[in-house]
Write a protein that binds this ligand. Structure first.
Ligand SMILES: Cc1ncc(COP(=O)(O)O)c(C=O)c1O
Length: 459
């Protein structure tokens, strides 16, 4: 709710306005001086909307988005020269997976790193290695890709949805705490849109209740929590290399842990129960049921080059997202995303919310007007929170049935689940594309478009 807070200069603001102001100040301090000194953008508030025949606020175009080039081709060619494209280095000549893991450890220093076929596979491996079994509860967010949840269900665990911070869109600590029961075994924290969850209190809570904290970093390559690389605060971290992620290999995933209970178990859950790296490994030592989630040498080689591109593109996205926040700060009816001063979001996308009670338009009209201005924006993210998906509402996960519910191992009823803040985040949000093909002029123009549309519709 909108409470009043008193600022350091003694004036009174609503809490939301305060968060917005703080965020703008924070992101402004993170901007390189060169960005901050650029000329004001066109599209002044008061100008006729482009939708009504006025000039477009966004006149610049993004540059060519070169995501891979000769470097990846050279690496592919080196891989093709190998006699085998299988990840296992036991035969000695296979180099790509080893190279990927070496470079991944520079980005996310964890002792055990396993490549796999997708982000969905990475989370499934993490959940299985964490020992999640029938009826075990795993607390997570209702705003995420379904890949966060699938592995929990396949292990016969129970996804439990906690509510989110109004402006972080990430797990709210108090809501997570309230969701803990004697059956809770893990928390999956998703760093939505590239913005880190507040990990330290989540880790403390997990440790207090002997829960495993899994970081789903699929959308947060290159992000930092209080200066630390994303994926290094939880017990286990999961990443996706799916095509639309910051870096990719067409598809792919990585799961990593330094926890002595979890790390050594990761590989077998990625490879049908086999740990081929164990000295003296034999097939008949396999002791767990697991799927085949292996990644080939080709994807690993491609990903190894992509990892070398990561820091530059993460830094650019962080600066451009920060600039956009600063540009739209104070626009009527606009609530900025919240980012801690010591964290780095790498803005897989930029998401802001509307105060529809302060605007004379619907969210759809706001988004449509932005698009007409030429801004790469749209209404919302996923259309409904995960628990509202039809197969959750029907508890029909396995051929229309949910055995653990039939057996009385859970009383979960997704028709009764409600996370009001998550629902409001989805109902009032505007999604903007930010990526490294853009420059500050374009971002300033998008900012001007948001200000212009917000001004036009201000109540
Ligand atoms: C937060 C999150 N987790 C998991 C996944 C699943 O990744 P993949 O598509 O590689 O299976 C995604 C993909 O979008 C994601 O955004």
């Amino acid at each position: 709710m909108d409470q009043s807070v008193t600022t350091r200069d003694g004036s009174s603001q609503t809490r939301r306005a305060f968060i917005a102001t703080q965020t703008a100040a924070l992101v402004a301090t993170q901007l390189p001086a060169a960005l901050a000194a650029a000329e004001p953008a066109p599209g002044a508030p008061g100008e006729k909307l482009a939708k009504q025949g006025g000039p477009k606020a966004v006149r610049s175009k993004a540059g060519a988005w070169v995501r891979w080039d000769q470097r990846e081709k050279d690496q592919m060619s080196a891989a093709v020269d190998q006699a085998s494209l299988f990840y296992w280095q036991g035969r000695g000549a296979n180099k790509q997976t080893a190279l990927f893991i070496e470079r991944f450890k520079q980005v996310c220093p964890r002792e055990h790193v396993v490549t796999c076929s997708s982000g969905t596979a990475a989370v499934h491996i993490a959940v299985a290695a964490a020992g999640i079994g029938p009826g075990d509860e795993v607390i997570t967010t209702p705003i995420t890709d379904i890949g966060t949840i699938t592995g929990v269900l396949f292990q016969q665990g129970v996804p439990v949805f906690a509510d989110l911070g109004a402006a972080t869109y990430n797990l709210d600590l108090k809501s997570v705490e309230r969701a803990i029961t004697p059956r809770t075994k893990a928390i999956i924290a998703v760093h939505l849109a590239g913005t880190p969850c507040d990990l330290a209190p989540l880790r403390a809570l997990a440790d207090r209740h002997q829960l495993v904290l899994i970081e789903d970093c699929a959308q947060a390559w290159g992000a930092k929590y209080r200066g630390q690389p994303i994926g290094t605060v939880g017990h286990v971290a999961c990443f996706s290399l799916m095509n639309s992620k910051h870096i990719g290999a067409g598809d792919g995933g990585v799961v990593a842990s330094s926890d002595p209970r979890i790390g050594p178990a990761l590989l077998k859950f990625a490879d049908k129960g086999n740990d081929r790296m164990l000295p003296g490994y034999t097939w008949d030592k396999t002791d767990v049921l697991a799927s085949n989630y292996r990644m080939s040498e080709l994807q690993a080689g491609f990903g190894a080059v992509q990892l070398q591109r990561l820091e530059a593109l993460a830094a650019k996205r962080a600066a451009l997202g920060g600039l956009l926040a600063a540009e739209i700060a104070g626009a009527p009816g606009v609530i900025l995303p919240e980012l801690h001063a010591e964290d780095r979001s790498t803005f897989w996308f930029f998401y802001f919310r509307l105060r529809l009670d302060r605007l004379k338009c619907t969210r759809a009209e706001f988004a449509e007007a932005l698009r007409a201005e030429g801004a790469p924006c749209s209404a919302g993210y996923i259309p409904v929170p995960v628990y509202k998906l039809p197969y959750f509402q029907k508890h029909g996960f396995f051929a229309g049935r949910w055995p653990i519910k039939e057996l009385g191992l859970t009383t979960m009823d997704y028709t009764k689940v409600a996370c009001p803040e998550a629902e409001a985040i989805l109902a009032t949000g505007i999604h903007c594309t930010v990526n490294e093909s853009m420059n500050e002029t374009l971002i300033r123009e998008i900012g001007a478009a948001v200000r212009k549309v917000a001004q036009h519709f201000a109540a």
